[in-house]
Design a protein around this ligand. Structure first.
Ligand code: GLA
Length: 400
């Protein structure tokens, strides 16, 4: 008898450990577990919107390109589809129906294909009666009041990521709508990355983590493929440094790099700014036709490493010169070094000097590595650079 209790306790402890190690328990664990660093991947919206070229062949082709172009090796993981994948009506059981013209083999087969490449699959719907896209047939059904059923369907497809939009929300409090889906996702037992697309309207950075259980939230309206739009989203997101990071990522919307509406220098600024703000890096261009210069930007591993740094800090703007448009953003990194972006948002060429003390560096000897030119200089950590309009420079500064 005297061995019985310890043995029972041992079994109980074992059972608890087994539960803790199951996928369901992971999903129920802390939201940060799913996103220790900002998510990286692809979403079709910026390149296709709802046009017919958004289809199964495209998304499979994108998954192939993740491997062929070295994007998977660079850390890009999620292949996500946006609005317009569903039929305009639910079926007799109330389930969402996949548009068989766009996705003849269905989303389960697509998820299987993406998983076979070691990648993850994401899907989209809205915390509203309908999603955001409008069609002659009256749009597409959203998940409001169907959260459990839709989350279960997504899990049955093998979905790893949900982007949850905000259109047609019947004026129900955002916290209630987004929490209902967060709970429904957790109840599936499948770890599903939860990305809120609430456009920052109700300060989701204050409640998206707990109690809603999301890993990221949009802080802005939709980005467009032009410099002004990119700048607006940056301006809004950079102010939120204290509210982001550490598994709770502020999301200034997906990347436009490669879509053709900005110069290469502007796209380098876009990518540098998103990385220093620890923003999600979701490619929004068709990788089957991407130009080499755009691909080079998306594959800059030194810049990606700043975004993905384990410390998980969103960079802080330490200089904002309204007269010249010059900004300096600093992000502390896990190895004790810091990343710096110097950004000339204005319309004139600028000579910019940043002193070591402006970067909060202690007096000492530093290696300043240029993350776009891939060269190094040594000194006290100060930076001097001539920047064309809309251009940026990005550095990693470490003790020598
Ligand atoms: C909203 C979102 C976009 C996109 C579209 C789809 O505008 O903010 O990112 O998902 O809906 O209709």
């Amino acid at each position: 008898m005297k061995h019985l209790i310890p043995k029972a306790l041992r079994s109980l402890a074992f059972a608890l450990c087994a539960v803790a190690a199951s996928p369901g328990a992971q999903a129920a664990g802390s939201a940060a577990d799913l996103a220790p660093t900002p998510q990286m991947g692809f979403n079709n919206w910026n390149s296709t919107h709802c046009r017919t070229e958004f289809n199964e062949a495209m998304i499979r082709g994108i998954a192939d390109k993740f491997i062929e172009l070295g994007l998977k090796d660079a850390g890009y993981t999620y292949v996500n589809i946006d609005d317009c994948w569903a039929e305009s009506e639910r079926d007799a059981d109330g389930n969402l129906v996949v548009d068989a013209k766009r996705f003849p083999h269905g989303l389960k087969a697509l998820a299987d294909y993406i998983h076979s490449k070691g990648l993850k699959f994401g899907v989209y719907t809205s915390a509203g009666a309908h999603t955001c896209a409008t069609t002659e047939e009256g749009g597409f059904p959203g998940a409001l009041h169907h959260e459990k059923q839709d989350a279960a369907l997504f899990a049955s497809f093998g979905v790893d990521y949900l982007k949850y939009d905000n259109c047609n929300n019947e004026n129900i409090d955002a916290r209630i709508r987004y929490r209902a889906m967060g709970e429904a996702l957790r109840a599936t037992g499948r770890p599903i990355f939860y990305s809120l697309c609430e456009w920052g309207e109700n300060k989701p950075w204050l409640w998206g983590g707990e109690p809603v259980g999301a890993q990221s939230w949009r802080t802005t309206g939709d980005i467009s493929d032009n410099y002004k739009s990119m700048l607006e989203n940056y301006e809004r997101n950079v102010e939120l440094a204290g509210n982001g990071g550490h598994g709770r990522w502020n999301d200034p919307d997906m990347l436009e790099v490669g879509n053709g509406g900005m110069s290469d220098a502007e796209y380098r600024s876009h990518f540098s700014l998103w990385a220093i703000m620890a923003a999600p890096l979701l490619i929004g261009t068709d990788l089957r036709t991407i130009k080499p210069e755009a691909l080079k930007i998306l594959l800059n591993k030194e810049v990606i490493a700043v975004d993905q740094d384990a410390l998980g800090e969103q960079g802080w703007r330490v200089r904002h010169d309204a007269a010249t448009g010059v900004d300096v953003i600093v992000k502390p990194l896990g190895d004790g070094s810091r990343a710096v972006v110097v950004f000339n948002s204005g319309e004139a060429v600028r000579d910019v000097a940043v002193a070591a003390k402006d970067l909060r560096l202690k007096p000492g000897s530093y290696v300043v590595r240029d993350l776009w030119r891939h060269g190094e200089t040594r000194g006290d950590g100060a930076i001097k650079i001539k920047l064309a309009p809309h251009a940026s420079a990005m550095y990693r500064i470490s003790a020598a």
